[in-house]
Ligand binder design. Structure first.
Ligand SMILES: [Zn+2]
Length: 515
């Protein structure tokens, strides 16, 4: 059977989603999880685009051993140099070079003639080959390019040393039949194309990213580029989990193999959703909350008699846990550490110690500590802790149906100074947020506010997600606590801390248009 490689770009194209700003710790955690999922290639970022991206790509390349790690690069020497510096410590350094090939992009964006584009592409591939054992070359906006020109430039970059040719549908415009035909055209019109791998990269503007990727596989592609939960620029990228499970369930039809560990899918989806703040819709294929729920009486009856009557994918296949393990008041440090490891998180000794303290505090108030509770605590300890920025010391909120809601907040800044303020609002959360805004002395626009319970029960933890804009930066934040108002305050402070962190790196952090 043909082998299909999975190229995951959650940390590059996915990270370009509006409002998503992952920090280094979060990117590393996702990379480690992608390694467990056994994707073939991790695109860790765009090293020349910012100092933060460079550092993240470097650390991921040096950490991940079981996957090839790659970084994006424009067709200029300075980008390639930066990428090599970031990637050279990897197990299998690989460069992802791109240049636009459609008339629209060449005329308006690059302002180059087709001949100049070929020359720049060839020169970049040759230069990259001095350092990188594997060079992947992408024709940005390939699907709106003229096919004879596309074939010509692909032939030239193969001659120059590219070993993977990627055909991105950058704007999500192509249909499945047309996309397949591009792959066939290239195979029939480019000399030596049988010596390279062909790759698909699809966007979901018309809702066809997954089916286009599958069409590419049917027409000769041996690599697909995708993201977890389909996150990405605009409407997103092709969803890795959907392609992977379609290839598995319909192996009879597609006749291909992958090296993925499908049982890690659900965990990867949860991690990416939690860290990015991008919610998975309940009806989303494979990873949605309702993907395995049978609601209609007739369906339920059928499934009880014989699962396969209405169920083509078993939840166990993608690692949906059938029973959630529970820890309690008497569970020790050892049991906690084991469970953290089983959940797939990597914590240092100090982090485990801190987590154990938080765990005991929670166990005093809540009888059963579920996996979801534990994950919420891990997030607080590992990802949401900004030592050098603001921290919540205390809140007090007064509410009554005949009263004006009033909040008092005490914050600590990065230097340990206490800031105390009070304000009112039309509701408790507004009073709280007005007070926090006063403490920070900076205008903050609240773009989104969501609250959910972690698991069921009256004593469940509250988890709040917010999206804010401050200093022209949009970012999200999350907070967990047993009380909804405390969780609300924590989420707000978490988001604001991210704004300040991004601001600290400003100037080096603007994003560049990419395929
Ligand atoms: Zn893309």
């Amino acid at each position: 059977m043909r082998k299909i490689k999975f190229f995951d770009t959650t940390l590059r194209d996915g990270e370009q989603s509006a409002g998503v700003n992952l920090n280094l710790q979060e990117k590393l955690e996702i990379a480690r999880q992608l390694e467990r999922l056994r994707v073939d290639i991790i695109e860790a970022g765009f090293p020349a685009s910012s100092k933060g991206d460079f550092e993240a790509v470097k650390q991921i390349a040096e950490t991940v051993r079981a996957c090839s790690v790659t970084g994006l690069s424009r067709s200029v020497r300075s980008d390639i140099d930066a990428a090599w510096e970031a990637l050279k410590g990897g197990a299998e350094p690989r460069l992802h070079l791109f240049i636009a090939t459609s008339p629209i992009h060449m005329v308006h964006k690059l302002r180059m003639t087709p001949e100049q584009v070929i020359e720049a592409a060839v020169e970049a591939v040759k230069y990259a080959k001095r350092f990188f054992p594997i060079v992947q070359w992408s024709a940005e906006d390939a699907c709106r390019s003229e096919l004879p020109f596309l074939a010509k430039i692909v032939a030239e970059v193969i001659k120059a040393g590219a070993s993977v040719i990627n055909i991105p549908d950058t704007v999500g415009y192509i249909t499945p039949k047309e996309y397949g035909e591009i792959f066939l055209y290239l195979q029939n019109n480019v000399p030596n194309i049988e010596n390279v791998s062909l790759s698909a990269h699809c966007h979901d503007d018309l809702g066809m990213a997954v089916v286009n990727s599958l069409s590419a596989i049917e027409h000769g592609a041996t690599q697909v580029e995708c993201t977890i939960n389909g996150i990405g620029e605009r409407a997103g990228n092709a969803a890795l989990e959907e392609i992977a499970v379609a290839l598995h369930i319909r192996k009879d039809y597609y006749q291909v193999e992958t090296r993925l560990n499908l049982q890690e899918i659900k965990r990867t989806s949860n991690l990416v959703s939690k860290l990015t703040g991008v919610v998975v819709p309940p009806n989303k294929a494979v990873v949605g909350k309702n993907a395995f729920a049978h609601e209609s009486g007739i369906h339920q009856d059928g499934v009880l008699k014989e699962k396969t009557t209405y169920e083509i994918i078993s939840p166990e296949l993608v690692g949906v846990p059938s029973n959630s393990m529970v820890l309690g008041k008497h569970s020790g440090r050892h049991a906690l550490r084991n469970r953290v490891e089983e959940l797939g998180y990597t914590l240092s000794e100090e982090e485990i110690n801190q987590l154990f303290i938080r765990f005991k505090e929670l166990a005093d108030k809540k009888k059963d500590i579920t996996d979801d509770d534990l994950i919420a605590l891990i997030f607080e300890e590992k990802f949401d802790h900004f030592k050098d920025f603001y921290q919540l010391s205390s809140i007090q909120v007064q509410y009554g149906t005949n009263q004006i809601p009033t909040a008092v907040v005490v914050l600590k800044d990065g230097k340990g100074n206490e800031i105390q303020e009070a304000a009112t609002g039309a509701g408790s959360v507004e009073a709280l947020y007005n007070t926090l805004e006063r403490c920070l002395q900076t205008p903050v626009t609240l773009l989104d506010y969501r609250i959910e319970s972690v698991g069921g029960g009256r004593d469940a933890l509250a988890q709040v997600f917010v999206k804010v804009r401050a200093h022209a930066i949009e970012t999200s934040g999350r907070g967990t606590a047993q009380d909804v108002l405390e969780a609300s305050a924590k989420a707000y402070i978490n988001a604001i801390n991210r704004v300040f962190m991004i601001e600290a790196m400003r100037g080096e952090n603007e994003k560049v248009a990419t395929p």
